[in-house]
Design a protein around this ligand. Structure first.
Ligand code: PMP
Length: 279
């Protein structure tokens, strides 16, 4: 696999970052994950806009403009020998003597890699996945796509320890998101989504689902969702760039709705597929 590091393309085994990189020592950086279908990055302008917001959120000068990123990403995609890719990019505040405060004049470290994209199979979609619920104990800027993911790591591991795929997070009794995904609920045919704010990452897939629901007249309420509403939902889904739209069919060991993928999940996934094929 060919990766990109600070202006060079090289085999992953040869890519090296100095130990004083602030990403390594302090988790001081931001990232993006962009799905690539048939060598076309999906919703690239939206991902680059979110990257800009993340850079602004940590007061890091974005090392490339939209044209620059688009060219680099296109180049990396073209160098892989597989067409569907999971493109990861991260920018850190660079290499400097260890100190919490921002260094003077450090150049950001830019790293990108593309792995084969593996999305859920139709059978995995139909069966759905198990989730557990837990308290969202992260910081108050979950809208920044920070590489400092320790809280998310611990929260996701809680699910894995229970044989589940994802943790559904609640803050002050309200749904925020998953440890690595956004969460939607369905009740009586209405799609419920928590509002975009600093307590969750504004998912590119989340935005796509909301756009599709609005565009196709699917009843939608974007508002705070209580823990009770999640527990009584007819359908629960997680969404992310790599999982797309994936039903959650068990929550804390109990079936969600029918215990298999629901009708609205099927409809939205079909609509989502059409977005991938759009020019
Ligand atoms: N929330 C969190 C915490 C995430 O890590 C992710 C992405 N893995 C998402 C939501 C979903 O975002 P996207 O749809 O842009 O992948």
């Amino acid at each position: 696999m060919t990766v990109y590091l600070n202006g060079e393309y090289l085999p992953i085994g040869e890519a090296r970052v100095p130990v004083l990189d602030r990403g390594f020592l302090l988790g001081d950086g931001v990232y993006e994950v962009i799905p690539v279908y048939a060598r076309r990055p999906f919703r690239l302008p939206q991902h680059l806009a979110r990257l800009q917001n993340s850079c602004d959120g940590i007061r890091l000068a974005n090392p490339h403009d939209t044209g620059g990123w688009t060219a680099l990403i296109g180049d990396l995609i073209g160098r892989q020998d597989f067409a569907d890719q999971n493109l990861y990019l991260q920018v850190t505040r660079g290499v400097a003597k260890r100190d919490h405060a921002f260094p003077q004049g450090a150049a950001p470290t830019v790293f990108m890699m593309a792995n084969p994209l593996v999305t859920p199979s139709p059978a995995q979609f139909e069966a759905g996945v198990a989730a557990v619920s837990t308290t969202d104990n992260r910081w108050q800027r979950c809208d920044i796509k920070s590489i400092a993911l320790l809280a998310n790591v611990l929260l996701r591991q809680l699910a894995v320890d229970e044989g589940a795929a994802e943790s559904i997070l609640f803050r002050d009794g309200h749904l925020t998101e998953g440890a690595a995904s956004n969460i939607f609920a369905v009740k009586n045919g209405t799609l419920l989504a928590p509002p975009r704010n600093h307590r969750m990452l504004p998912g590119i897939t989340y935005d796509a689902v909301i756009e599709l629901a609005r565009g196709h007249g699917i009843p939608l309420e974007v508002r705070e969702i209580s823990e009770a509403e999640v527990r009584q939902a007819d359908e629960l889904w997680l969404t992310s760039s790599t999982k797309e739209i994936l039903p959650i069919t068990r929550l804390d060991g109990r079936p969600v709705g029918s215990g298999t993928a629901g009708p609205l999940a099927r409809r939205l996934l079909a609509l989502y597929q059409t977005l991938k094929d759009a020019p």
